[in-house]
Design a binder for this molecule. Structure first.
Ligand code: AMP
Length: 210
């Protein structure tokens, strides 16, 4: 199964991505994670990406498309993959069409008022990428899944979140129409309910796609 996960920052894509990848035995490819790993390691790509991610802007398309194009040639993609955070605009979507055939686009719609609270309260595991909301941690600073240290992403602050949501509305939201016209969009609504509730709905639909 070759899938795209679409939704505004804070819609719960990362959490659902882990669950989907586990259930269907496909690899989770997050361009945001790839950029963060490169920034941490101080690579050439990391140095370039840093200023964009810190402002909540998109890293240039040529760089991002090349990374994904290469990543999809790895052996672990043979059973399928889930793209999380890519494509982010129409140019990237059209480029993706030239080197991949996507089976379904899981689109998570969510009330924008919820997003700011979710993103600014988000804490992420440095090791496995699992995310939590600070209000549920009761002061815990390590990951329940793997024991890794939890941290707050540098771009999860009100100013950068505003910029990221604006970029989403202007550049990424048009992809919903693009994939609706292709007949491969699968629409879901995120809420304050536990992530498992949404995952049950996604599972029901994806099981039929298998
Ligand atoms: P995310 O973890 O998906 O919220 O991504 C974090 C940041 O990485 C974004 O705000 C962008 O700066 C950059 N980024 C991630 N995916 C892409 C993409 N497909 N195109 C351009 N920039 C991206």
């Amino acid at each position: 199964m070759k899938l795209i996960l679409l939704g505004a920052p804070g819609a719960g894509k990362g959490t659902q991505a882990t669950k989907i990848a586990d259930r269907y035995g496909i690899v989770h490819i997050s361009t945001g994670d790839i950029f963060r790993a490169n920034i941490k390691a101080g690579t050439k790509i990391g140095l370039l990406a840093k200023s964009y991610t810190e402002r909540g802007e998109l890293v240039p398309d040529e760089v991002t498309v090349d990374i994904v194009k290469d990543r999809l040639t790895w052996d672990d993609c043979k059973n399928g993959y889930l793209l999380d955070g890519f494509p982010r605009n129409l140019f990237q979507a059209k480029e993706l069409d030239t080197f991949a055939e996507i089976d379904g686009v899981v689109n998570i719609n969510i009330d924008h008022k919820l997003l700011m609270d979710r993103l600014c309260g988000r804490r992420v595991c440095r090791e496995c990428g699992e995310s939590y909301h600070v209000s549920t941690l009761n002061g815990r600073t390590t990951c329940e899944r793997c024991g890794g240290e939890l941290y707050q992403r540098k771009d999860d602050n009100p100013e950068t979140v505003d910029a990221r949501l604006a970029v989403y509305n202007e550049q990424t939201a048009p992809l919903i129409d693009y994939y609706t016209e292709k007949g491969i969009i699968l629409n879901f609504t995120g809420s304050e309910a536990p992530a498992d509730v949404l995952f049950e709905e996604i599972k029901t639909v994806l099981d039929r796609l298998k």
